[in-house]
Design a protein around this ligand. Structure first.
Ligand code: PGA
Length: 247
């Protein structure tokens, strides 16, 4: 899976142009063999739905509330996302954890709400630079995962995105050994928490993935795709990342 996180970028016109360009690339006979999910700002979801879905590209939100409806000014429910055509939603992104004080417990409620609405949750976890330097990255991410995963759900409707906070938008990435180790750790923990043996969980890497480093990162054992921010705002760059998955 290669998922695009447009974050708070895109007005209607530019969003439409980008979605059309992506749809055109996807329709080409040599479309890559991976699931592609585009997560634009909420204001563009409905606008881009038809262009993306008609080309077999999935639509995702960037957040949802843990409640189904009610007095929560400014929030969006998982049902509203589904109603707009979303099949996926990014949850627990570090920018939401930082900007909006989201705790893992709150994220857990959001993941549960997403699953109730029939959405696939792309749950983000990742350590800070201090955690990495202190040698506690595995522990911190393990704790986030334990506290963010609801009882419901499994590898069919939950995808984990490992996104080291210090690698997001910085051009820096962990080395292959560090990424591989963390992905294995996440998979082991998920399998232990979700009984039933090997789960087939998909673990994406996110944080400064671009067309140049995608080949190396996506080749690491245990990396099942990418969550892409900055490079997803260019159809060409994003497509070059997806193209890693062959034709
Ligand atoms: P980036 O963002 O690719 O710009 O580093 C990734 C993300 O935050 O999901």
């Amino acid at each position: 899976m290669v998922a695009a996180n447009w974050k708070m970028n895109g007005l209607r016109r530019g969003g439409r142009d980008l979605a059309r360009a992506l749809a055109g690339l996807k329709r080409a006979a040599d479309a890559p063999a991976c699931d592609i999910v585009i997560c634009p700002p909420a204001t563009l979801l409905f606008e881009l739905r038809d262009a993306l879905q008609s080309a077999g590209i999935a639509l995702g939100g960037q957040d949802c509330h843990s409640e189904g409806m009610g007095a929560h000014t400014g929030d969006i429910s998982a049902d509203m996302l589904a109603d707009c055509g979303c099949s996926h939603v990014i949850l627990g992104h570090s920018e939401r954890r930082m900007d909006h004080g989201e705790t893992s417990k709150m994220v857990c409620g959001k993941v549960a709400a997403a699953l109730r609405a029939g959405l696939c949750a792309i749950l983000c976890v990742g350590e800070s630079e201090d955690d990495r330097e202190a040698g506690t990255a595995l522990e911190v991410v393990g704790e986030q995962l334990r506290n963010s995963l609801p009882e419901a759900g499994g590898s069919a409707d939950i995808v984990i995105a490992y996104e080291p906070v210090w690698a997001i938008g910085t051009g820096r990435t962990p080395n292959a050994g560090e990424i591989g180790e963390m992905h294995q750790h996440i998979r082991n923990l998920f399998d232990a928490l979700k009984t039933g043996g090997k789960s087939g969980l998909r673990v994406l890497y996110g944080g400064s993935v671009n067309a140049e480093n995608a080949g190396d990162i996506l080749s690491i054992a245990g990396v099942d795709g990418a969550l892409v921010g900055g490079a997803s705002l260019s159809a060409e760059k994003f497509w070059n990342i997806c193209a890693h998955y062959g034709r």
